[in-house]
Design a protein around this ligand. Structure first.
Ligand SMILES: NC(=O)c1ccc[n+]([C@@H]2O[C@H](COP(=O)([O-])OP(=O)(O)OC[C@H]3O[C@@H](n4cnc5c(N)ncnc54)[C@H](O)[C@@H]3O)[C@@H](O)[C@H]2O)c1
Ligand SMILES: N[C@H](CO)Cc1c[nH]c[nH+]1
Ligand SMILES: [Zn+2]
Length: 437
């Protein structure tokens, strides 16, 4: 008998410790890890004090480079265009197809300015405008992500952002041409080959070379996520998009090989990634575990998958699919696959998930690349209050208020009473000056 290398946790909905066991598995300790926070704070302080020099030093240390100035970490326009021409035809076509689909999906998210007029001529509304300058974080530590370039940059472009600055780490100095080609295709304006907390700090505070941005978006590892949380307030951020997660709900009738590989598709991102299968068919859970143990041997990233599945993976037995939806809502996963005969019937019960993949044929991997919706999604339960990255993340709103003389006189009386109730007499008198005598 061969020993199984993958041993995901086995949980049972009816076990009296089920909630406790599940919460233990969900805790992503590293986010609040004191050591990570200390490191990130030190990096941010150094970048604020020393600018480019600190960015270059940390980049050399963490990405194993030998650069001596930011010039060596800056990618010029010509290099982006060269990369676009250098990649093989099939890669260029796939990037273009994905870009077209992402663009056409995101165009539907554009928010327009609006206003209305009251009877006395007063006009009220909201002016929607793009941000001036945004920073895109494209991860690059353990894998390269041309798809994340498209997912970050296209919505920014559709929103009309004037300047799009991208950062991407290049460990050991290896630059991925497809990443640069995607940046050229998506209309990124500036690219720096830096990553981690030093890149986030540079975008948030600016350095001699790196312009300070208004908002930083994009996924990343614990250092990136912790740094984004730390600089929030100085700049806007989109969400905490950390290690990838997949939760598959299956009625036991999908090919177990498909389900095993769907789980691996997210486990292979990161040792901290999380892959969970929930089913009302106990026999099917055993079958999937066997498939996982057979298929993992064929995969290049088996070590990462092993760490992810054995530390954070789970096979959960539930009494029925309604209970499966309760589990989904408790976890609020980044991705949920409804691999069941009638996904529409389950949909009304799903309240919290970054993206919902409907039916046996909808592999989550399609959403990662080319379905059209964004793959930058809330993780670690934050789908309870966060949404996918979208055009709305790159637009901001200002209220519009234009009183007619009659409107100012009428509302002046209301404001006066409220202001005096707050003992703010300058407010009251400012409103009262406009009341018709
Ligand atoms: N949620 C999403 O939308 C989404 C999309 C794509 C990827 N992801 C996730 O993004 C993450 C990418 O992580 P990654 O590591 O591959 O790349 P990354 O670019 O996020 O991190 C690499 C950087 O981390 C920093 N770093 C590494 N070790 C460090 C240390 N000991 N001290 C200080 N800094 C250190 C370095 O500066 C390095 O450049 C994965 O977890 C993946 O699952 C999420
Ligand atoms: N699954 C990731 C989001 O969690 C996105 C991605 C990019 N490439 C492959 N997958
Ligand atoms: Zn993925």
């Amino acid at each position: 008998m061969t020993t199984k290398i993958l041993k995901p946790a086995r949980l049972d909905f009816h076990d009296h410790e089920f909630r406790y066991q599940l919460d233990q598995l969900l805790a992503w300790e590293s986010v609040s890890d004191d050591k990570v926070q200390k490191t990130v704070k030190e990096i941010i302080t150094a970048v604020r004090r020393l600018g480019d020099k600190a960015v270059v030093d940390y980049t050399c240390r963490f990405d194993r480079l030998t650069a001596s100035s930011m010039k060596e970490l800056t990618v010029g326009d010509q290099q982006l265009q060269d990369a676009l021409h250098a990649i093989p035809d099939d890669q260029r076509k796939a990037l273009e197809t994905a870009a077209d689909r992402i663009r056409s999906y995101h165009k539907r998210q554009i928010q327009e300015s609006w206003h209305y007029k009251e009877r006395n001529g007063t006009k009220l509304g909201q002016k929607v405008q793009p941000m001036d300058r945004v920073g895109l974080y494209v991860p690059g530590g353990q894998a390269t992500y041309p798809s994340s370039v498209l997912m970050n940059a296209i919505p920014a472009h559709v929103a009309g952002v004037e300047e799009i600055v991208m950062v991407v780490p290049t460990p050991d100095g290896v630059i991925n041409n497809m990443v640069l080609a995607a940046a050229a295709l998506a209309g990124v304006h500036k690219v720096f080959t830096i990553g981690g907390a030093q890149a986030i700090a540079a975008l948030a505070y600016g350095t001699e070379t790196i312009p300070r941005v208004d908002k930083i978006v994009g996924p990343g590892n614990i250092y990136v996520a912790t740094a984004k949380r730390e600089v929030f307030g100085q700049v806007g951020i989109d969400m905490i998009a950390g290690p990838s997660e997949i939760l598959v709900v299956c009625d036991g009738l999908t090919d177990p090989d498909w389900i095993a590989m769907d789980l691996f598709s997210q486990a292979e991102h990161d040792e901290d990634a999380q892959a969970i299968l929930v089913s009302d068919d106990l026999e099917f859970l055993h079958e999937v575990e066997d498939c996982m143990n057979r298929l993992v041997l064929e995969l290049e990233r088996k070590d990462i998958i092993k760490a992810s599945v054995n530390h954070r993976g789970a096979l959960i037995h539930v009494p029925n699919l309604k209970a499966a939806c309760e589990v989904v809502n408790h976890i609020a996963p980044e991705h949920v696959e409804l691999s069941v005969a009638d996904p529409e019937a389950l949909l009304p019960h799903i309240r919290h998930a970054g993206a919902i993949f409907m039916g046996r044929h909808t592999a989550e991997a399609l959403g990662d690349y080319c379905a059209g919706p964004n793959h930058v999604l809330p993780t670690s339960g934050t789908a309870r209050f966060s949404s996918p990255l979208g055009v709305y993340d790159f637009q901001k709103r200002s209220s519009l208020i234009h009183f007619s003389a009659k409107g100012a006189s009428e509302m002046g009386k209301v404001a006066s009473v409220l202001a005096r109730g707050e003992s703010l007499t300058a407010h009251a008198r400012s409103a009262e000056f406009r009341i018709k005598k």
